[in-house]
Design a protein around this ligand. Structure first.
Ligand code: DGJ
Length: 384
């Protein structure tokens, strides 16, 4: 063993045995030392570097999870170093796992394009990708928030890509603003709050909605939720981020049916994550403060079509008012465990985007209300 390798391995072993190991793994690139460091993790350590099977910090920000067979697939924004990392220079990264602690790098599932005419041209903004599997078409369907190259956050489109295999490669299909010309669905009188009269818009949100009616509604922060009956819904921040929309997708999950509702009008909810427990729908989201954290908020409803009730902050304890420095991205039901849900959030680092951290925390239900508490370290036995 030459002395350079020895020194490297010595340094690695110091890092591995020290409590600060997780802070010091390489953020980027793979090398032999990093591979030697790959360990078998048995717990979650929110906010620390999370090494993949190559010992490289997982690069899947604003992500979501697909459970397919016995494997989980984690899709998220691949970020690069510096503030350039807030643009999509690479695409959507995919990892797989069978235990949720240890993740194998499956590579780039959707690559941004070198073609300057492409909607997903390198340098566009591509955020919060979510993948669902359609059993009818046997396709893996990815939706994401897309901002066109050089236009800041003005485009506010949703993007669609599709693949034959969970880790891709995904092929870009289209991007657009959903539900052009469609007015919200009002399930019953209690849906009154969701109605909009474009002849006389009475508030800011209604004005944005009516302005965008002909061309389609803005679609930024988003998730996709598949219900027990196999129907899928696209949930997104619309109306200049003033109001969330919950919109039904077509049976192949590749388009919008035109049926949708508006939720919590004018209150600027971002980062929606929807889940279901005992027939009841829950949603956790955030406020709207750019990359800076704010308080999480949760909602409940007996139907996907509402009415959705605002329920306050699910987080408790110190830093709960800032979601412990994070922002929601997904709520993951743990397979094989009853009432076991993981709150997934991003702790953004906008000046060095690749260094963004993941806050995964258990959701514990008390009197049918979701509660989230900070944990330095935890494992799935909390759900036993
Ligand atoms: C908050 C959103 O949740 C993120 O996905 C991203 O769009 C930032 N805003 C940009 O400031």
């Amino acid at each position: 063993m030459n002395s350079r390798i020895y020194t490297a391995l010595f340094a690695v072993s110091i890092l591995v045995v020290s409590g600060s190991k997780a802070q010091q793994l390489p953020l980027n690139g793979t090398n032999q030392e990093a591979e030697n460091m790959a360990t078998s993790l048995k717990s979650f350590a929110p906010g620390t570097i999370w090494p993949d099977n190559n010992g490289v910090h997982i690069n899947a920000h604003g992500g979501g999870i697909l459970l397919h067979g016995k494997k989980y697939y984690w899709y998220g924004e691949h970020k690069i170093e510096g503030d350039a990392g807030n643009k999509a220079e690479v695409g959507v990264h995919c990892y797989s796992s069978s235990d949720l602690y240890n993740w194998k790098d499956e590579g780039i599932a959707l690559r941004v394009s070198d073609d300057t005419a492409s909607d997903i041209r390198k340098g566009c903004i591509l955020e919060r990708p979510k993948v669902v599997y359609n059993p009818h078409t046997k396709k893996y369907v990815m939706w994401f928030h897309l901002e066109l190259f050089g236009k800041g956050y003005k485009a506010a489109r949703t993007g669609l890509a599709v693949a034959d295999k969970p880790a891709g490669p995904f092929t870009f299909v289209k991007s657009y603003r959903p539900n052009a010309g469609m007015i919200p669905f009002s399930p019953d009188v209690s849906g009154k709050n969701e109605q909009v009269n474009c002849r006389i818009p009475t508030n800011k949100s209604d004005s944005f909605f009516c302005r965008d009616l002909p061309g389609g509604q803005m679609a930024r922060d988003m998730t996709v939720f598949v219900d027990d009956d196999g129907k899928a819904y696209h949930v997104f921040a619309s109306e200049e981020n003033h109001t969330l929309h919950i919109a039904e997708l077509t049976n192949d999950f590749m388009g919008h049916t035109g049926k949708f509702i508006r939720v919590y009008i004018g209150h600027q909810t971002e980062a929606p994550a929807v889940f279901k427990k005992d027939g009841k729908y829950f949603m956790i989201g955030s406020g709207c403060t750019g990359w800076k954290p704010n308080a999480a908020r949760w909602f409940s409803s007996n139907s996907i079509w509402g009415p959705w009730t605002y329920e306050g902050n699910p987080c408790l304890g110190p830093d709960a008012g800032l979601t412990y420095g994070g922002q929601s991205t997904y709520v993951l039901p743990v397979a094989g465990k009853k009432d076991a849900f993981i709150f997934m959030a991003d702790k953004w680092v906008p000046n060095n985007a690749i260094d963004g951290r993941y806050l995964w925390l258990p959701i514990i239900f008390k009197n049918n209300k979701p509660e989230i508490n900070w944990q330095d370290k935890w494992d799935l036995s909390v759900f036993n």
